[in-house]
Design a protein around this ligand. Structure first.
Ligand code: 1GP
Length: 259
């Protein structure tokens, strides 16, 4: 089974998928590896690794160590082509469609594509849509792009539709790491109504109830990163997993679902 199919099946079986984002720049390597293991034991469905400013050597060593400790998929969420490495199962092959900077629309993708092939990574074509979230985020700073204004729902829907017609497989509604405001639920619901693509939502989600609201609005996958840098106890992952897995009664041991 591909990672993409595993994700779709997870969303179907559990109501939604819980993705934990690890930024290799933020903490000591051992703590990041422990965090990934706690995430798996707490009920996360996959671990994502990446960030806006990660150095490739750091990415490689952290991914290598995490991959050895978890059985759920490890998915690269690259800030640029230099973050690709062979120690992962898949890569969210994103294009920052909300911006108009050609480097992040297609430039980094052209640099990265040969590496994706060489490393044998599964590429999951994903439209990355940044939504204004109350303060300047590192994605804005690094990409030199403007986010889609909050509540400009028709504009957001047009971007999501364009992604679908371009053949992308997922749409990521991003408020940005550590966002003051999360993606509004009415914008999630509007995108859900407009396109048939699975919706990933992340940025600023700090409490299980916030995550649950995004799922109720229509998000199939919830990404949480920052919150676990302060507290990576298994019990906190489990609280998020319970809130996100709104169909958890139908579950079987997910380690059997691994691709
Ligand atoms: C950022 O959506 C992710 O790319 C996660 O955001 O770190 O704020 O949870 P947080």
């Amino acid at each position: 089974m591909t990672v993409f199919d595993y994700l779709l099946q997870t969303a179907r079986d559990r109501g939604a998928g819980f993705l934990v984002l690890i930024d290799p720049d933020e903490q000591p390597r051992q703590r990041l590896v422990d965090c990934a293991q706690q995430a798996q034991e707490g009920g996360a469905d996959a671990v994502m690794i990446g960030g806006s400013g990660v150095l490739s050597a750091r990415m490689e060593e952290v991914a290598h160590d995490i991959k050895r400790r978890i059985t759920i998929p490890l998915i690269i969420f690259p800030g640029g082509a230099n973050q690709l490495c062979r120690f992962a199962d898949a890569v969210l092959f994103t294009s920052l469609l909300s911006g108009r900077n050609p480097e992040y629309l297609i430039g980094e993708q052209v640099k990265g594509a040969p590496l994706v092939k060489e490393y044998g990574l599964e590429a999951i074509p994903t439209a990355y849509l940044l939504i204004e979230s109350g303060a300047r985020t590192s994605v804005e700073s690094y990409s030199h792009t403007h986010p889609i204004p909050r509540h400009e729902t028709e504009f957001l829907k047009a971007h999501a539709l364009a992604a679908q017609y371009l053949g992308m497989k997922m749409v990521y509604l991003e408020a940005g790491s550590g966002a003051v405001y999360t993606v509004p639920e009415d914008m999630i619901a509007a995108v859900k109504e407009a396109v048939s693509l699975p919706i990933i939502c992340g940025g600023g989600i700090r409490h299980p109830e916030m995550a649950a609201r995004k799922v109720t609005a229509g998000a199939q996958f919830i990404v949480v990163g920052n919150r676990f840098e302060e507290n990576s106890h298994r019990s906190l992952f489990a609280e998020f997993a319970d809130a996100i897995h709104q169909r958890s009664s139908q579950l079987v041991d997910k380690t059997n679902d691994r691709p």
